[in-house]
Design a protein around this ligand. Sequence first.
Ligand SMILES: [Zn+2]
Length: 488
Amino acid sequence: MSHKPFKIPKNPEEVMAWINSIPLYKADHPQDLSFKSQDEIRTVQETALVKQMERLGKFSPYYREKFKEWGLDYQSIKTLDDLEKAPLTSKADFMKDRGESFKLDMDFEHVMEYILYEITYTTGTTTGMPSRFYNTTYDMFMQSWIFRMCCKICYLEPDDIVMNLFPYHFIPHIGYYKTFHFASAVGMTMCWGFTGAPLPGFPYNIHRSMQEAIDQIERKKVNAISGIASYIRRLIMTAEEQGKDLSNINKLQALGEAVPKGMRDDIRRRLQGMGADDVYVCNAFGFTEAQTAFQECSELGGAHSGTPQVSYFEAVDENGKRKPDGEPGLLCITHLDRRGTCLLRYLVGDIVAVTNKPCPHCGRNDQRIVTAVGSTYGTRTKELMKVKGTLINPETMRDAVADTPGVVEYQFVVTKEKADDPYSMDMLKLRVGADKGADLASLEKVLKEKVKKAVELTPKVEFVPLSEIFDPGATLKVTRIVDERPQE
Ligand SMILES: [Zn+2]
């Protein structure tokens, strides 16, 4: 049995026709705020904001203190424009007590909303201990609505059979859990890759291999995959080499890292070589502090808020001043309707552009995070790096290489010209795993020119076996930039 054909809707009329063809979405539609007018959305957001400010003022140990310190009356924040009065919250602020003071105290008048339901973790702390992020019953129920609206944006539907390829890791990976919550919110059938790294010292081998995931995708006629982008691509490449039938695949949630256009086209080409028809490669933009991934209605068309009543985006400068529509700035997010961990003007750590303009592709009126650099949504602010005295944006460098035919895997290495001399000149190396039939001499020339054009530096190109850059058995995703210089 093969799936009903799926064609990616191309304009607001086709998007509405697709929504109306699915009873669940059609029934939900009157409550879908993203399609209401901008005035209606703003009214709902500001009503929610006033209540959320009251929750922070009464029940947030962190903000209760900060409002005093800042001399800010939380009740004076009544509109989205008033938000600019509040200082920004940084990742360092959040990590100071591992997020504990950002969890609201119990509101005894609304006990059922505040029951602790789930903890997820943010990774990458300085101490190695992850910070906790709390969801209460209210937050979980709201997430079910958020996920339903998200699936509706990226064309996932109740009849889909989705493979959860996120790893089952010893630190709970948000992607793994959110995938089963979004499948349940819509009623999709779910299969499990159940890969992951062993817990040191744990006596049983609980995880399964990529090969078992490939076999299940084929046998169970899976049509949608959710996972880390470079892992999904490697799985597809392996299946391709084995002559597997992945012709049912038509929707990919390729997450966890930026997926430039060249990588999407490459994945699609490989699947179509295995018999697939239209394939929608969706690179939703997610982070723990939002507890969701913001979905695209068209490839690279912008990451939709989807549920504007729940979170508000701003692109700001270092002082918290809001950037004009469409201009790049630091992404900050404000929760408008939460009970567990709550953040006000929180700096996520990415540079993005935010637009409030209606989406020309689907007709929604919610906020979108739009591409600001190259063909990816966010540039991690910490990734801006100095090489040979020049401040470069690795995103544009990555973009230049990822779109090059013949390149299968790649990795930039910033090192020193003389390994034993920390004061020698910086050197930019580009390690490339090439397609079997590629003409290496001309590929090297093309890559040097492209990188030079992108960041004004010419790399030294080295061709290496694919597994030297990315070994899916050992790591979750490819590290695209490695800085080997001695740290000061
Ligand atoms: Zn759209």
